[in-house]
Design a protein around this ligand. Structure first.
Ligand code: ADP
Ligand code: MG
Length: 253
């Protein structure tokens, strides 16, 4: 079976600052892949590389068997055109710590927007799917609410529905619950758990170790731009082998 995401020696620098120093990993289709590690270790940068928001400096990065950002001919690489990048990005959904909903649009309109604008879907089709997605994230009764009329947790669930509206084959979550009041975290994690049960391939950067242990198929611990340790959540979280992993876990658990 082909990997949904495959990283081979991925390097990323900003000027002289090396952020990713040779990341190797594979995410299988339908896998829930949790990425943990201290602040500044390069987790967001790695997600941004997968999602075409950053270009890697060395190595190879594939999504669903396709090179990210480049086309390979022989042993030469050619940068993809912006239109080709845009096409590939459609297949990847991303959810950020901050929900970034369009403030002047209702929850329903936020979810309908991309399918109409990007895919040229009809309003009727987009609306029908958006209503189903609102129901799926437990917000069927909030279709007409504007973001300011929703709690942080509800906004984040709309953001997840908005990403799903493009029918992505891969979902990236970058600390989706970190900005939420503690009592709102559970509802968002429940939506993510449901997605996992439905077989969505997900990379989740999170400090929610309970989620990683219960829902994750694998956990990768990153520090200072390298993968320090990876494996089944049971092993990595309860029986870490490396001092850096132990030290990190002692602070977050
Ligand atoms: P994490 O998500 O694990 O907290 P990040 O990927 O956000 O880590 O950042 C990793 C490192 O890269 C940090 O030292 C950060 O300052 C640096 N960095 C991230 N984005 C940029 C940028 N656009 N320009 C320069 N440095 C950056
Ligand atoms: Mg980050």
């Amino acid at each position: 079976m082909n990997a949904m995401v495959k990283a081979q020696g991925v390097h990323k620098s900003y000027g002289a600052v090396q952020v990713l120093k040779g990341i190797d990993l594979e995410v299988a289709p339908r896998e829930v892949f949790c990425l943990i590690g201290p602040s500044g270790s390069g987790k967001s940068t790695f997600l941004r590389c997968i999602n075409h928001l950053e270009k890697i400096n060395a190595g190879r990065l594939y999504v669903d068997g396709q090179l990210v950002g480049y086309r390979q001919k022989g042993d030469k690489l050619y940068e993809l055109k912006d239109s080709e990048v845009a096409q590939n990005r459609r297949d990847i959904g991303m959810v950020f710590q901050r929900f970034n909903l369009f403030p002047h649009m209702t929850a329903l309109a936020n979810i309908m927007e991309a399918p109409i604008q990007v895919k040229g879907e009809t309003k009727a089709v987009a609306r029908e799917r958006a209503l189903k997605l609102l129901d799926r994230v437990g917000l069927a009764d909030k279709a007409g609410n504007y973001p300011a009329q929703l709690s942080g947790g509800q906004q984040q669930r709309v953001a997840i529905a908005r990403a799903l509206a493009m029918e992505p084959k891969l979902m990236l979550f970058d600390e989706p619950t970190s900005a939420l009041d503690p009592e709102l975290v559970g509802d968002v994690l429940d939506v993510m758990r449901g997605l996992a049960e439905d077989g969505m391939t997900m990379i989740v950067v999170t400090h929610e170790m309970g989620f990683a242990r219960e829902v994750g198929d694998s956990v990768v611990f990153m520090d200072q731009g390298v993968v320090v340790e990876s494996g089944h959540p049971r092993d990595v979280l309860t029986n870490p082998q490396h001092d850096r992993t132990k030290s990190f876990l002692s602070k977050v658990l």
